[in-house]
Design a protein around this ligand. Structure first.
Ligand SMILES: NC(=O)c1ccc[n+]([C@@H]2O[C@H](COP(=O)([O-])OP(=O)(O)OC[C@H]3O[C@@H](n4cnc5c(N)ncnc54)[C@H](O)[C@@H]3O)[C@@H](O)[C@H]2O)c1
Length: 346
């Protein structure tokens, strides 16, 4: 039985508890949050026997094999390094860190310690994206020429977030609170999703925007200055061009991910609003006629399941910390490009 500890018991940690509790071979034996009330409530709800308000204490006392790190982005690096140094396997939430240097340090530390390491790029749960990856590698649509990808959310366009508990959004909205904005929050997913299927990036040209949202654009001492829209043009290492964008201002799009990839022999569309387990394939006939058909892709294991299987087999599945660091490098390049107002080679 794998003894698992949870670090950070906020909103997303509930999803981790639900997923791990459904699996054989793993048991959540401890949870930790710097806010005592939160960890107590979490432990009660999910039946976790031991609670802590200090990570070091949990790591030294709870006799763990592994942790799942569900703290805010800026806490991933310090808390994950502690777990790795304690010899534990780590599943870490995305983005792996807040910059490439930290992400690389985490990847190197995990490799040196020989522990299983994975990052929760959760849209890999879509079997359609795995099939798209395979089909493109097999040359089903020929040479990739053009790509369009978007991850759209709408919550900033409503007022609800600022009326219920605005403080809990600080790590998403304030750079002083460790936020890298929509780019780090959603951009990390769509960049991973896109490049997993279409190939690695060679260069990018990115613009970031932060729009006014509440009176004075601050919550307490924190200025709401993190980006909430990102748009980039990219060139892939295979020579294709592409557009990738993400925003929290897309009214009517609660949580929409869409990827379209065109090659010289056909095209693939993955639209998670339509299906997670099916994609649309266009194969050009010899006469050049375009015909679309639906390809059923079955199901894919979640990252939670992949993490547990990796520990059981000793074979580190993807996406690992090295992949998390690779994506982080592209995120850093987006900031560099926005700051200089032009393209950056990656
Ligand atoms: N993979 C996904 O699709 C997905 C979805 C939502 C959130 N997330 C990620 O999950 C992480 C958490 O998001 P959330 O929405 O649950 O945030 P949240 O604010 O609801 O929860 C974070 C919790 O961590 C606690 N915490 C902060 N510092 C800590 C520390 N040093 N030690 C222990 N606990 C600490 C906070 O008190 C809070 O309870 C973020 O990195 C976010 O990007 C991922």
């Amino acid at each position: 039985m794998i003894r698992l500890g949870v670090i950070g018991t906020g909103g997303m940690a509930g999803e981790h508890a639900k997923a791990f509790k459904e699996m054989d071979g793993v048991e959540i034996v401890a949870a930790c949050d710097i806010v005592e009330q939160k960890v107590e409530r979490y432990a009660e709800k999910h039946g976790v026997p031991a609670t802590f308000t200090d990570v070091d204490q949990m790591l030294s006392e709870a006799e763990l094999d592994a942790v799942t790190n569900v703290t805010p982005d800026a806490q991933h690096h310090p808390t994950t390094l502690k777990a790795i140094r304690a010899g534990l396997h780590v599943l870490c939430e995305k983005p792996l860190a807040t910059c490439y240097g930290e992400a690389r340090e985490m990847a190197e530390a995990a490799q040196e310690a020989g522990v299983i390491n994975m990052v929760n790029l959760s849209y890999r749960l879509s079997s359609a994206i795995h099939r798209a990856h395979e089909m493109i590698a097999e040359g089903v649509i020929g040479e990739v020429r053009h790509v369009e990808a978007g991850y759209l959310q709408s919550w900033l366009a409503g007022r609800e977030w600022s009326e219920t508990s605005p403080g809990s959004y600080l790590w998403r909205l304030s750079t002083a609170h460790g936020s890298t904005g929509v780019l780090g929050d959603l951009g990390v997913h769509i960049i991973d999703f896109t490049t997993y299927a279409a190939g690695d990036l060679a260069s990018l040209d990115c613009r970031l925007k932060c729009f006014p949202k509440v009176e004075g654009d601050r919550i307490g001492e924190y200025v709401l200055d993190a980006n909430d829209s990102a748009a980039m043009t990219v060139e892939f290492q295979n020579g294709a061009l592409g557009l990738i964008h993400t925003t929290r201002w897309a009214a009517g799009q609660g949580n929409s991910i869409r990827l379209r990839i065109w090659g010289d022999r056909g095209a693939i569309k993955v639209d998670l609003d339509e299906a997670w387990g099916a994609l649309q394939l266009c194969e050009l006939s010899d006469g050049g006629r375009a015909e679309w058909k639906t390809i059923e892709c079955g199901s894919a294991p979640s990252i939670f399941q992949r993490f547990i299987t990796s520990i059981q087999t000793g074979e580190n599945d993807q996406p690992d910390f090295a992949r998390g660091a690779q994506v982080q490098k592209w995120l850093d390049a987006c900031f560099e490009s926005d700051a200089k107002g032009g393209p950056v080679q990656v």
